[in-house]
Design a protein around this ligand. Structure first.
Ligand SMILES: C[S@@+](CC[C@H](N)C(=O)[O-])C[C@H]1O[C@@H](n2cnc3c(N)ncnc32)[C@H](O)[C@@H]1O
Length: 262
């Protein structure tokens, strides 16, 4: 299993405890753009611990959610036992053609190793005229980390740089990929979300909850880990504890065979 996949599997609880709460507003915006209302048949792709699925179900949508990570899905099921979570790879979706009105995908486009294959699957499971709504990190995010990224430098770095952030953090580039894949009426918007950590310890816990960071930290011996945490705490002591997330949203339609604007 790849380093990143294993990290998601192992550190899912941290993700739910620290990352999901700060991503609640971007998630709500995603399901709003998805039009996730009563009886909409919605597939949440790469659902993770299920925040998008939960928000969509809260608006009355009939939700099925998939992820390849059993660890993330274990947490998702614990948090929302009433929802339908399934293990599946986005590159080979186990659904009938046209099974969904909407497909959502929160902050995961950059993870797919063969993005065109995934987009083909999305088009296949969407009904004609159905809607694909996805989010990705945009340019201009900032948050205090205590320099954790620089302090931890391991083999996982290679995996991080293999994520396709370049495509999806440039909204127009991402939109072009969607058009070429066969989507119509592709629209993008970058939106900003702000907040503030209560204190330096909360900021540190948040920085350490990202799956690869958590995996790197767990791989250190106890003395090295303590030393690193001391340096990070010192860096955070007088830091500005506010954060700003820049999120790119993509809204795209599956071609409607009965429509003239294909
Ligand atoms: C950054 S998390 C996002 C989770 C969730 N959508 C959210 O908004 O918080 C990325 C997720 O993508 C999942 N993932 C990555 N590649 C996948 C694939 N090929 N098929 C299914 N899930 C995948 C990971 O397991 C992880 O749960």
């Amino acid at each position: 299993m790849a380093v990143l996949d294993e990290a998601y599997d192992t550190h899912a609880e941290l993700y739910a405890s620290f990352l999901d709460p700060t991503l609640a507003a971007p998630t709500e915006r995603l399901v709003e753009l998805a039009g996730a209302g009563a009886d909409v048949r919605l597939l949440d792709l790469a659902t993770g611990t299920g925040p998008v699925a939960r928000a969509a179900a809260g608006r009355g949508a009939r939700v099925v959610a998939v992820d390849q990570s059993r660890g993330m899905l274990d947490v998702a099921r614990r948090l929302s036992p009433q929802l339908d979570f399934r293990v599946a790879d986005a590159h080979a979706l186990p659904f009938d053609p046209a099974a969904f009105d909407v497909v959502t995908c929160g902050l995961s486009l950059s993870h797919f190793r063969r993005r065109d294959a995934v987009l083909r699957e999305v088009l296949e499971v969407l009904r004609p005229g159905g809607r694909f709504v996805a989010s990705a990190w945009g340019p201009g995010s900032c948050f205090p980390t205590g320099g954790i990224g620089d302090l931890l430098s391991t083999s996982a770095d290679e995996e991080v740089t293999s994520l396709d952030e370049a495509t999806w953090s440039a909204a127009e580039r991402g939109a072009e990929v969607l058009r070429r894949a066969g989507f119509t009426r592709v629209a993008t918007a970058t939106e900003f979300f702000t907040g503030r950590f209560a204190d330096a310890e909360q900021a540190l816990a948040w920085s350490l909850a990202w799956p690869l960071t958590a995996a790197d930290l767990a791989a250190l011996d106890p003395a090295a880990r303590e030393e690193l945490l001391t340096v990070a705490r010192e860096a955070l002591r007088d830091a500005d504890l506010s954060w700003r997330f820049a999120i790119n949203y993509f809204v795209a339609m599956a071609p409607d065979t009965s429509s003239v604007d294909r």
